[in-house]
Design a protein. Structure first.
Length: 422
RNA sequence: GUGAGCGUGGCCUAGCGGUAAGGCGCCUGUCUGUGGCACAGGAGACCGAGGGUUCGAAUCCCUUCGCUCACCCCA
């Protein structure tokens, strides 16, 4: 085969569409209930938006963006994540003059140059929400609530919500120093990855899974962010937990939960499905109170999440949670013709049925009647219409109900009405 | 970027040194104007690509490309 799809991309075939529709329409309904209006941003943005927004030292920016210079030598990047573009739009369209917070949701493809594996692609689709302009923990709770109800409504079982607070510019740097001080004397005993993290992203050391070094031992005894939150962050986090409890959303606090984007502050959270597997997080997000300022706006808080539609579809399929939706595999009427004269009449009839809103298909004229009937069955026909010389002369068609096998002669003008009845 | 496994018609699978087989699907016929079942038949593969070993390779060896899974990271 000469052409293949690019690595890490996929075709979503007609047979997969019912699952996608299920996920997307559920997401749309949740966004509606929570009053999160839709926003669409371009597929590519100025490269600097992601560099500044996501953070230049992050893996995403450092080695995963699809960046290119266009014909006027401007550096552009295919959307690498959903939040920065929405914040850009918030600033660009003066949304700070709207009632705060501004609530928005989006569906969009995301591009990251990664090695593909189960649940990880170079192009994937996200449903995401952002609430910008309000720092109150009730908004964090609202966003989490939306995400939780969404995944729940998909029919997924055994989900778990993990939350954490990673502090703010006041307390996190101090905590990181404390953490590094605790690791410093033992750097020779932890894994090479952790030694790297020590320099670049110390929080990640707490998330190490390796057991062939002493990492786990030091994780267990490491100082916890939760013990080092400043007063404001601690209060915010405890209020958030109060809201979640009131909303009857089960959650677990995990001090090892960290996110890879630089802009997160205070609240971070993830929703995990029960199945094992490396790339399992189905929805993740948090608060980003410094981002808008970072992008050149005045200090504006925000909170949101992104969810991977491919991963959700994967889980829906695994759990067979989608309702039986075989509407795609059913055709209202298949029109069959016999003889050269009948062919255009049959084509006209099919066209007429479609104009009346029915799903109609014309079989290949010239095939044997048997062959065309077989084809009608394979297409999932509810009704088959047969037109031969006799019918052309009479202005009628033989209408056959494919379930019952009943057949009757119907005039061409009545066909649509008879089919519509049943 | 690192590591492991796998690449046979549209899909799934057999063959593991002697010149490609079966199932599903598709098409045709048994049934000269009637489907779903059954039966018969047909089309469709240079066995991912390149090189090597051999009288002979889908089968063994090397290289390469691709896919998959895991690490890293993330949705």
């Amino acid at each position: 085969m000469q052409f293949r799809l690019p690595r890490g991309t996929q075709d979503i075939l007609p047979e997969d569409q019912p699952h996608w529709r299920h996920v997307i329409s559920t997401a749309q309904e949740m966004a509606r209930r929570f009053a999160y209006g839709r926003i669409d941003t371009p597929v590519f943005e100025q490269a600097a938006l992601f560099e500044r927004g996501v953070g230049e030292g992050t893996d995403i920016v450092e080695k995963e963006t699809y960046t290119f210079s266009d014909r006027s030598n401007e550096m552009m990047t295919l959307r690498a994540e959903g939040t920065a573009p929405v914040c850009r739009a918030y600033l660009e369209h003066g949304m700070s003059s709207l009632p705060q917070p501004v609530r928005m949701h989006y569906f969009c493809p995301i591009f990251r140059y990664e090695r593909p594996q189960a649940g990880r692609f170079r192009q994937h689709n996200q449903f995401g929400v952002e609430a910008i302009g309000d720092a109150d923990p009730s908004v964090d709770a609202e966003v989490i609530d939306l995400g939780w109800r969404f995944t729940e409504a998909l029919g997924l079982k055994g989900l778990s919500l993990v939350i954490n607070s990673i502090g703010d510019p006041e307390c996190r740097p101090k905590y990181l120093e404390t953490l590094k001080a605790a690791y410093q004397p033992h750097l020779d005993k932890v894994c090479p990855d952790c030694r790297m993290r020590f320099e670049r992203n110390p929080l990640r050391m707490l998330d190490c899974k390796r057991t062939d070094f002493a990492c786990q031992e030091y994780i267990a005894s490491a100082p916890q962010m939760s013990d080092h939150l400043c007063e404001g962050c601690a209060d915010h986090f405890s209020k958030l937990q109060g809201y979640l409890t009131a909303l009857e959303i089960p959650f677990r606090v995990d001090s090892r939960l960290v996110r890879g984007l630089d802009y997160y502050t205070r609240t971070v959270f993830e929703i995990q499905p029960p199945e094992e597997g490396a790339q399992s997080t189905v929805l993740g997000g948090g608060r980003y109170d410094g981002l808008i300022e970072q992008l050149g706006g005045k200090p504006t808080p925000g909170v949101g999440f992104g969810s991977g539609i491919e991963r959700l579809v994967l889980n829906v399929k695994r759990q067979e949670a989608a309702l039986a939706d075989n509407a795609d595999n059913v055709v209202d009427a298949v029109v069959v013709s016999l003889g050269e004269e009948a062919a255009p009449v049959a084509a006209k009839l099919a066209s007429q049925l479609r104009n009346g809103g029915l799903k109609a298909v014309l079989t290949q004229p010239g095939r044997s009647l048997r062959g065309q009937m077989r084809h009608a069955t394979a297409m999932g026909a509810r009704f088959t219409l047969v037109i031969g010389d006799t019918e052309v002369a009479a202005g009628t068609a033989q209408l056959k109900n494919m379930d019952t096998g009943d057949q009757q002669e119907v005039t061409l003008v009545d066909v649509a009405a008879v089919i519509a009845k049943g």
